[in-house]
Design a protein around this ligand. Structure first.
Ligand code: HEM
Length: 233
């Protein structure tokens, strides 16, 4: 059987392609989660009973009796955490390589744009994770509880929180950062996975990325704004 020995450069290129694929796949999984999370939040418009029932079902009964009660949420959390860790690891390694490879003095416009997009994505990612920690401390751990007391029902917790304008504003800034990241990320991921094959495909990907980002922004923000305006109480 013939064996092929790769040069160090070939190995580096292969591993860069693998890391980009890893970023693309984990990114798309997280976008899937965001779309589902957004859809679930909209149940607040259907009232306390529906929202609380949904929150309870997610945590205990989803996939039961296929899995024992309460297992799904932990499997799901593990997968999500693994995706976040892999996504950040790949981003850090690729950034290190890009910095290492920057040996030329001649910088083209393409290069400037690429560097700008990469920098925005990197810092955007850091801001998103930073606020995510606050978000989990607020709603999942209930260690930071602006407007509500720990242990109240999910519906009350959300409604009492978003009666504070500054929290709605903070969430709006966070969701803008998330949606900007998603817009570039969808385009980038589908390009990495080979979908950007023609000018038509490029236009389609661009449109799709914008639609997903706008749907996420409106879908996430409409509920906190409705609470603030007193439409949900
Ligand atoms: C206005 C926007 C949002 C609202 C109102 C909201 C609301 C909530 C609530 C109420 C929970 C707690 C569920 C529970 O434990 O009962 C939760 C959990 C969570 N949220 Fe959000 N969320 C929003 C946006 C986001 C965004 C943009 C992200 C990601 C970037 C996110 C990521 C998560 C994660 C990872 C969990 C933990 C799920 C778990 O393991 O229990 N959320 N969210």
């Amino acid at each position: 059987m013939a064996t092929t020995t790769l040069t160090p450069r070939q190995r580096a290129v292969r591993s860069t392609v693998a890391l980009k694929a890893l970023m693309a796949i984990t990114g798309l999984v997280m976008i899937g989660f965001l779309l589902m999370h957004m859809y679930g939040n909209l149940k607040a418009f259907l009232g306390a009973e529906v929202f609380d029932h949904y929150a309870h079902w997610l945590k205990t009964d989803l996939l039961y009796p296929l899995l024992p009660q309460g297992w799904f949420i932990w499997i799901f959390r593990f997968v999500l955490l693994a995706c976040i860790a892999a996504h950040m690891y790949a981003a850090a390694v690729l950034t290190g390589r890009a910095h290492g490879a920057r040996s030329t003095k001649y910088v083209t416009t393409d290069r400037i744009q690429e560097t700008y997009a990469a920098r925005t994505m990197r810092w955007g990612g850091v801001i998103i994770v930073g606020f995510l920690v606050f978000h989990l401390l607020q709603f999942t751990v209930q260690a930071v509880t602006p407007g509500f007391t720990p242990g109240t029902s999910p519906y009350e917790m959300v409604v009492l929180s978003f009666q504070q304008w500054w929290l709605v504003l903070a969430y709006a800034i966070w969701i803008v950062a998330v949606c900007m990241h998603v817009r570039h990320g969808v385009w980038s991921a589908l390009t990495t996975l080979g979908a950007n094959t023609s000018p038509g495909a490029r236009r389609f990907l661009d449109g799709l990325a914008w639609v997903i980002a706008v749907v996420l922004f409106v879908g996430f923000m409409i509920m906190p704004v409705a609470v603030l305006l007193g439409w949900i109480n």
